[in-house]
Write a protein that binds this ligand. Structure first.
Ligand SMILES: [Zn+2]
Length: 502
């Protein structure tokens, strides 16, 4: 399979040669489980430091780990959603390195037999092109604790101490490793967004980036277009939002391009992203896998998957967001942005789907759902699905507008009214005479009254200031309590003022 088809991947000219950027992404995602990966401690964010800890996650001698079955199942579901292969056997390994927030001095991870292998993540780019990125693997490991350094976050300013909180130590973490298929910053962000919306939809993770439940590292190198061999790569760390990922990639591309332009060589290393400065800086030279002295964890037996388990997990995958986005774009002809917005707002895709099944007018339905309904949801804090405007009511409004029984102004008012008070839009229109006035005779009466009351505007119009037409149409709409057909109102006004066909 070839790399991402990506219109955003414009080549970079370096010394008269066209270069392309090549990126792979490693993404760490905390899994949404009640308890940690190998012990019964609670997996929650924001608890008092060092309150969710026990001998296992503190690495006390003799304490033995017991794997969390739900974490393994969630990870396998994530892999199945992207068509990954689930090998029959998998195992846990010890990754040995010293770090003060890792009490055991090794991390339980997976080396050569991960839970999933392969798979493809499809996504749409904002410009309407379709892209994809292959997955190398998704493996399961445990998170580390968290240190606070005086110099970094100021929480213990002036102190020479560092603090450590082990609440996060042992939280189940999945690492998604991609192939080097990404060719632009927009593709990197689209890939990460595709991962995020899938994990949220499956309940695999809540993916709160501000709480650090999704963290990613980008491997980036440049090479002349057409060259097969990769250039020397750097790994960028510490991005805490998709916007930071985009900025970090652009900054690192420019830095590498400048070095190559000046005849220099890229050093393989790990670089940190400085959010405030908008630049990357060298952290350390890159480790090799053998530096970690991986070996199978003797405290944990290998994992064996029964085919039935995999079948059961595969069957539990319903309503995957990418399939919905594809359907909204290809069948409903919505724009990429509309499809993403509907799918990324909790509950909105179900509402849109149910309403469209009744209206059979996808674009008109999407316009209301993303316009008035989203605005009301924001203003009232009530999601569309929980408001009193049921999908049947919205379908009635769409039908009334399509039939030109009501105009868009009346539709807007009705939506706001039914949203809070309930009721049938069709009955309200009939009872209160809100139907659009499309009778020329009735409109002409209003036009005559408006022209008589606005002599100055009439004179201005005749003197060539045609902009006053908007004002005059507004006056007719006002006289009709918003029920006049605005197109017809303008037509009759023009006729009365003597330009346009009688
Ligand atoms: Zn514990």
């Amino acid at each position: 399979m070839s790399a991402t088809l990506d219109a955003a991947a414009a080549p970079i000219a370096i010394g008269g040669v066209a270069y392309e950027v090549v990126m792979g992404i490693e993404c760490h995602v905390e899994l949404k489980t009640e308890t940690k990966m190998f012990c019964g401690c609670r997996n929650v964010f924001g608890a008092e430091p060092n309150t969710n800890v026990c001998p296992v996650c503190l690495g006390m001698p003799g304490a033995l780990p017991v794997p969390n079955r739900l974490a393994i199942e969630l990870l396998v579901k994530a892999g199945l959603a992207f068509g990954s292969e689930i090998p029959a056997y998998s195992k846990f390994d010890r990754k040995n390195y010293f770090y003060p927030d890792m009490p055991k001095d090794y991390q339980i991870s997976q080396f050569d037999m991960p839970l999933t292998q392969g798979g493809v993540v499809p996504f749409w780019l904002p410009d309407g092109t379709h892209g994809s990125c292959r997955l190398t693997r998704i493996h399961l490991e445990e998170d580390t604790g968290k240190s606070s350094h005086a110099s970094r976050d100021g929480r213990i300013a002036g102190s020479t101490h560092s603090l450590v909180d082990f609440n996060r130590a042992g939280v189940p973490l999945m690492e998604c490793v991609s192939e080097p298929d990404i060719r632009s910053a927009p593709a990197a962000v689209a890939y990460l967004e595709a991962l995020k919306r899938t994990f949220v939809a499956l309940g695999v993770s809540d993916v709160k980036m501000e709480e650090g439940s999704l963290r990613c590292d980008v491997n980036l190198s440049l090479r002349p277009v057409g060259q097969e061999e990769y250039g020397t790569k750097t790994e960028i760390k510490n991005m805490n939002s998709f916007n930071s990922v985009r900025r970090a990639i652009e900054s690192e591309m420019a830095r590498q391009a400048e070095i190559l332009e000046n005849g220099g060589r890229i050093v393989q290393e790990t670089r940190g992203w400085d959010e405030a400065a908008g630049t990357t800086h060298s952290m350390r030279s890159k480790e090799q896998a053998h530096d970690y002295r991986y070996f199978p964890d003797p405290d944990l037996t290998p994992i064996e998957f029964a085919p039935l388990d995999v079948t059961r997990l595969r069957e539990s995958l319903v309503g995957l967001p990418q399939a919905r986005i594809d359907r909204f774009v290809s069948d409903d002809k919505l724009s990429i942005a509309q499809a993403h917005q509907i799918v990324d707002t909790p509950g909105l895709a179900d509402y849109y789907d149910a309403a469209t099944a009744l209206t059979e007018k996808p674009q008109a339905t999407a316009n209301f759902v993303l316009g008035d309904l989203s605005r009301l949801a924001n203003e009232t804090g009530v999601p569309a699905g929980e408001s009193r405007l049921g999908v049947e009511s919205l379908a009635e409004i769409v039908a009334l507008v399509e039939a030109k029984t009501i105009n868009s102004k009346t539709a807007k008012d009705l939506i706001a009214r039914v949203w809070s008070d309930g009721g049938s839009p069709r009955e309200i229109v009939a009872a209160e005479g809100l139907g659009q006035v499309s009778d020329s005779g009735a409109i002409d009466t209003l036009v005559a009254a408006v022209l008589a009351a606005n002599e100055k505007s009439v004179a201005d119009y005749r003197a060539g200031k045609t902009k006053v037409m908007g004002f005059l149409v507004g006056q007719v709409m006002k006289q009709s309590r918003g029920t006049a057909n605005p197109t017809l109102a303008e037509e009759r006004l023009r006729a009365a003022l003597g330009d346009g066909a009688e």
